[in-house]
Ligand binder design. Structure first.
Ligand code: SF4
Length: 625
């Protein structure tokens, strides 16, 4: 927990932070101007229609608008000169125009409507996304954008990508500035899930990986005590805004990304792909990890993303040494022909092996599956999706369900122009998604249904950002309901501790038996859960032997700062300890000698207090005297 004095120091350092905290990249300030300089009258033509659109959203409840509703409106009415209006600018505009605009709402109601919802931190953990720098990717996937200003597969006008570019992909600046923005908008930052995105992580040199994670951790630790090293940023870091970004998928035919990015990096970095300081060794990372264990802003989860064919045993151990707890894996399809048509460069055997290795090492598996790829049809997609859960080789813990959209820089432009690929009609896509979602079992969380990209980037394909809601409405209309985790999360709702019910769901995988332990309310809202692996053979990670393994422990809470639990919040009520005890009992009864946990850097201390002893990469609790 960050001491109050420390919090005050951090606050002082971020007093000037706006919603998009100003990065300190020399010569490239693109953060928002302070609101006191904002003149609504100067942008009335753009702003007034947005205010009216916000007011016109039908909603009987006096609640803040959902992000899924608010963001498309902001995008449709951008700020002249670039970017989007901030919440405080909307309120300033409402106040300035109230006299003559004839609004139905008074200011208090309008304020409530545009207030930022605490969705990001509803699970009690603040997700913080950072991007690695543009770098060659071994993939040649034809649906993947070739925006050479970004790490492969990302688009420069995605909000998170813009933030990363503003910070020239520097991990320290990205992390520190994002924490400052969260802190300034009232989000707790003491427990952070660090999500590293960009291309294929496993293809970046090891020294860069170590350095990148180390700098993120150092930024968190520094932020927690109000220490600020942002001025140490190397001004020689290339600015990818200066790269020749004119890439069109249909003109180039084949992926031009790697050649263009490699040439730019070498030209700006004396023939090297990495700058001299973009490297660190394991000993330095170890120091940064230990410092972050009990820091004011601590890393309670580290997510890295990679391709199935890069997950060998050595890579799995490396991911763990970095402190990763979850891996995002691009599965995309379970149909060999579709994988080949889209030039994924790997088949199902690699996908199965990746699941196998990652699960045996205790990682949470967050997979991406795509509908509407080249060679797929609505019928084949409806047949493909169920395999994710029917086949014991897969059965992921989390899922992103992305329909393919055509981006101008993707090679898929060629097949589209030749009439070999077309986007599904709205109804076809709805059929696929509404058919898929009710099949997701209660142990899996559907984190996203649509990739959040600007409609300006989509040549053809779904542009409805509220597609998840549309699909959920259709599912309800069919009389079905969802049991996947996100649909059942307790979020901010109150509950009676005494009414909670323990529920265990067992299922087989290729590596053994999994048990998903939950605490649920009488209405089946999920308050906490634990993923327990009972492996059928010893892991290739020597330290684990054949121990039972806690792959995830999650207890929900509202926007709660450590040590400040309001009534009704699920955290800090000992639910985590009760779940661990249940897991230990189950494992002991099944004949296991010890229970291991894939702890994050910032949860090591918690597990020590729960009777776990530190190992090299995991923590362990004996199950017998
Ligand atoms: S591996 Fe991922 S990032 Fe690389 S080309 Fe394929 S989809 Fe894009």
């Amino acid at each position: 927990m960050r001491a109050e004095g420390e919090r005050r120091m951090a606050k002082t350092a971020t007093d000037e932070a706006t919603e998009e905290a100003a990065p300190r990249v020399p010569g490239r300030f693109r953060g928002r101007a302070p609101d006191r300089d904002f003149d609504p009258a100067a942008v009335r033509e753009a702003l007034l229609p947005l205010l009216r659109a916000i007011e016109a959203v039908p909603d009987d409840v006096n609640e803040p608008l959902e992000t899924e509703t608010m963001e498309p409106l902001l995008r449709r009415h951008p700020r002249p000169g670039g970017g989007f209006f901030s919440r405080s600018q909307l309120i300033a505009g409402f106040r300035a125009f109230a006299e003559d605009a004839g609004f139905r709402f008074d200011e208090a109601r309008f304020r409530r409507r545009v207030q930022r919802r605490p969705v990001r931190t509803r699970s009690g953990v603040t997700p913080l996304t950072v991007l690695t720098k543009p770098f060659p990717c071994p993939g040649k996937c034809i649906f993947c954008p070739n925006d050479v200003r970004m790490p492969k597969s990302y688009l420069s006008d995605e909000p998170g990508a813009q933030r990363a570019a503003n910070n020239r992909f520097d991990p320290y600046l990205q992390t520190w500035n994002r924490l400052a923005a969260f802190d300034a908008t009232g989000h707790p930052v003491d427990k952070v899930e660090l999500i590293v995105l960009g291309g294929t992580w496993s293809f970046y040199p090891e020294a860069y990986q170590v350095w990148f994670v180390k700098r993120c951790l150092e930024a968190m630790t520094d932020f927690g005590v109000g220490h600020d090293e942002r001025d140490a940023f190397d001004p020689g870091t290339p600015d990818f805004e200066e790269i020749d970004a004119d890439v069109r998928g249909d003109r180039f035919g084949r992926n031009p990304y790697n050649a263009r990015v490699t040439a730019f990096l070498k030209e700006r970095q004396e023939g090297e792909l990495l700058l001299g300081h973009e490297a660190a060794d394991w000993a330095a990372l170890d120091v940064a990890q230990r410092a972050n264990e009990t820091a004011g802003a601590r890393c309670v989860g580290l997510v890295l993303e990679t391709r199935p064919d890069h997950v060998d045993e050595e890579e799995v151990v490396r991911l763990r040494r970095l402190g990763a707890t979850k891996v995002q894996l691009g599965v995309q399809s379970l149909d060999e022909a579709v994988l080949a048509a889209n030039r994924r460069g790997h088949g199902l055997e690699e996908t199965r092996r990746a699941f196998d290795r990652l699960r045996r090492a205790g990682f949470k598996l967050h997979v991406h599956w795509m509908a509407n790829l080249l060679g797929a049809t609505p019928e084949s997609d409806r047949a493909d999706f169920p395999k994710l859960f029917e086949d014991p080789a897969y059965r992921p813990d989390e899922l992103k369900l992305y329909p393919c959209s055509l981006i101008e820089t993707a090679e898929l432009m060629g097949p589209w122009k030749r009439g070999e690929w077309r986007p599904y009609e709205d109804e076809e896509l709805l059929e696929v998604v509404a058919d898929a979602m009710p099949r997701v079992p209660r142990y899996c969380r559907v984190t996203r249904v649509i990739r959040d990209i600007s409609s300006d980037d989509i040549v053809v394909g779904n542009k409805r950002t509220n597609f998840r809601q549309i699909a959920e409405d259709e599912i309800a209309r069919r009389g079905q309901h969802l049991v996947e985790i996100r649909a059942r999360e307790i979020r901010g709702a109150a509950f009676e501790n005494a009414s909670l019910e323990a529920k265990d769901t067992g299922y087989e995988t290729a590596t053994g038996r999994e048990v998903f332990l939950e605490f649920v309310t009488p209405e089946d809202r999920i308050v906490g859960f634990l993923r327990l692996s009972l492996p059928k053979e010893a892991s290739f990670v020597e330290e684990l032997g054949q121990n039972a393994l806690v792959r995830e422990l999650h207890v929900y809470g509202g926007s709660v700062r450590l040590g400040h639990a309001p009534d009704g919040a699920a955290q800090h009520r000992g639910l985590g300890a009760r779940l661990l005890d249940r897991a230990a009992d189950l494992a002991r009864d099944a004949g296991y000698e010890a229970l291991s946990v894939i702890s994050a850097i910032g949860t090591r201390d918690y597990y020590r207090k729960q009777g776990f002893a530190d190992g090299a990469l995991y923590q362990h609790r004996p199950l017998r005297d």
